[in-house]
Design a protein around this ligand. Sequence first.
Ligand SMILES: *Cc1c(COP(=O)(O)O)cnc(C)c1O
Length: 226
Amino acid sequence: MSDSLQKRYDKLQNAIQNTVSTFNNAKQNVNLIAVSKTFPASDIKTLYDLGQRNFGENYIQEWCEKYPTLPEDIVWHIIGDIQSNKTRIVAENADWVHTLSRIKIAERLSQARPVHLPKLNVCIEVNISGETQKHGISLDEVIDFAKYVQNLPQLNLRGLMCITANADEITVRSQMQKMQDLFNQMINEDFLIDTLSMGMSNDWKLAIEYGATHIRIGSALFGLRK
Ligand SMILES: *Cc1c(COP(=O)(O)O)cnc(C)c1O
């Protein structure tokens, strides 16, 4: 990690391009979300000046201290759990929520999203690893929840999100395959979705192989978190 942030960014972008072309998905656009949690606004600005626009934050309190100091055309992706008392600030200031898994939070976000803004983009978080400490809903609950979310007036259901298990490659592949299958099934069932948010620093190449449209990368870009 002795490289500068700029160097790591350039290398990562090249590696993403190479991975996309290797898997012959050339037509598919893979969006890099730079996960800036625990890192200062100055690091975000460095990447912004290099052209990066999509940033991900987990902790609402920390994000609220950073975003007002940064350019307004940053696209903010909330990728952490949202408590009820934080739904308003998120609905008013974020562009995306990747971690929708509770009806109550979905309703509050829709109610609080100002009508003069575009609808809030949301993904349903799937607990693909089945680990009890992880957030998200189980695979077999996704369709019903998606139907419900689709009808909330100020939310735009864009797709699915997951965090795979920190496990061997065979396990991770099987979880990603299940996500890709469900994503394609929903498209076949006429859900208007286009987003599969999957892949982090240690598994993003596999995620691209399984059709990820958004990869969320923190430590491979900003360095190890304390
Ligand atoms: C922290 C985090 C990331 C980025 O993780 P890295 O392993 O540092 O790339 C991606 N997605 C979610 C939901 C996270 O919480």
